[in-house]
Design a protein around this ligand. Sequence first.
Ligand code: NAD
Length: 509
Amino acid sequence: MSAFAPTSPQACIWRDRAEALIAEHRIDGRAFINGQRVSSLGGATFDCLSPIDGRLLGVVARGERADVDAAVSVARQAFDDGRWARQPPAERKRVLQRLAELMIQHKDELALLETLDMGKPIQYSLSVDVPLAARCINWFGEAIDKIYDEIAPTPHTALALIQREPIGVVGAIVPWNYPMLMAAWKLGPALACGNSVVLKPSEKSPLTALKLAELAIKAGLPEGVFNVVPGYGHEAGEALALHMDVDALGFTGSTRVGRKMLEYAGQSNLKRVFNELGGKSAFVVFDDTDSVERAADTVAGSLFFNQGESCNAPSRLLVHESIADEMVARIVAQSSAYQPADPLDPSTVMGALVDEGQLRSVLGYIDVGTQQGARCVAGGAQALADTGGFYVQPTVFDRVDNSMKIAQEEIFGPVLSVIRFKDEAEAIRLANGTPYGLQASVWSQHIDRAHRVARALKAGTVHVNQYDEDDITVPFGGFKQSGNGRDKSLHALDKYTELKTTWIRINGA
Ligand code: NAD
């Protein structure tokens, strides 16, 4: 039974589908190894609860070291015998494109699992998560038979080939905020290059990754090439990251755990580690912006999207003091449009936080913000507590100082910190004044200023007069403690290949 009162016929359709899925025990949480669903070797499981209402969705295999060993072993065998790595690029392309087609054909099922598992609104699972994940797989498949290697400009007596080879077994460890999309950002380039993959999804959102592995087999991916071991970070995740037979680690998650990935590599086989980590992105609005209104609507829309659980959420608004009051008033008015509601209702724009721990953490930051002297001008409290789910009101803090905890640490919830500045130099200093460097945004009609500030900001992506416009064709990743890797674009292929030189002597040339 839904914890929400009926709203629209469309909402009832999604609730009925969810009800059937749960009541008929159709959610399969077993691991996926060597082309098959399997229980964990020790038989351990954990409960998969929905953040929408705290309800049990099913049980999931709790992968441990032995399960990771089994998955890495079949992935290694699959790589070494060349069943995928030695397929012509055009064949790998065909399989990945077929997988992308299947994802779109199973769009409703994947979107429902994503929403039930992590609480995001169904409309975004349908319009953002599934299509972007499918596009990513399709794009890397499409690209792989169009990429050439190099011949070096050597003396006449030699021919030096510089070639990219697949790296081998890739361990992918991903977070819960965009479970399918983050998995696709690793899988697309890793599989396109011919690697085998062992994926460890977050224990908070393992369901779509498991479904993806089933679809990959249907698409024609050979068994053993893509394996999924669900489980906890300190068990399955650590075992994968420490594994001596994993050649590269594609990690997306917190900066705290990213640090551990580097340690695990040092303690084991020096596997290549590519970290995509947290952010505290600055949204900088100068007084020569053409539209305070559009800037305010954009920061609200981008921050409150996905309940604020986005690595690139513009969680610090830096605004010139002369337009700050106007901007804050507009954002506060806008925040009422983002009130949390039933994630299964297609009109909902803000859903549930992923679990009770995340709810407590976000509420804790809200308390600290108030204690440290910031002014809470919108939200600031839990919502919909009687549903049994985990909801927080869209929250805006004004008069924040950049040294406060809410300005320095990633909250990963719908909480905006507004910081006022006097001039360009101060804006740049504040924008760069956190350990992170994932994204930033500059709002100015002055062409020199826009370029000057964009150059001065230490961030992997700087948006100018917009925020969320994005595409698979451009890299995504951070400076400083936001990580070292780049997902998306052709640059992602560098992570999953080794560069080999073959130097051939030509006698008599
Ligand atoms: P997290 O770091 O807690 O967990 C990420 C993954 O690592 C999970 O699968 C988890 O089980 C695993 N893990 C945890 N401890 C581990 C350990 N000791 N050994 C091995 N694996 C371990 O992050 P989260 O809470 O799942 O996700 C939120 C974070 O992800 C935020 O910081 C967010 O900014 C970041 N993120 C970054 C990007 C990006 O592209 N830069 C994208 C999405 C999310």
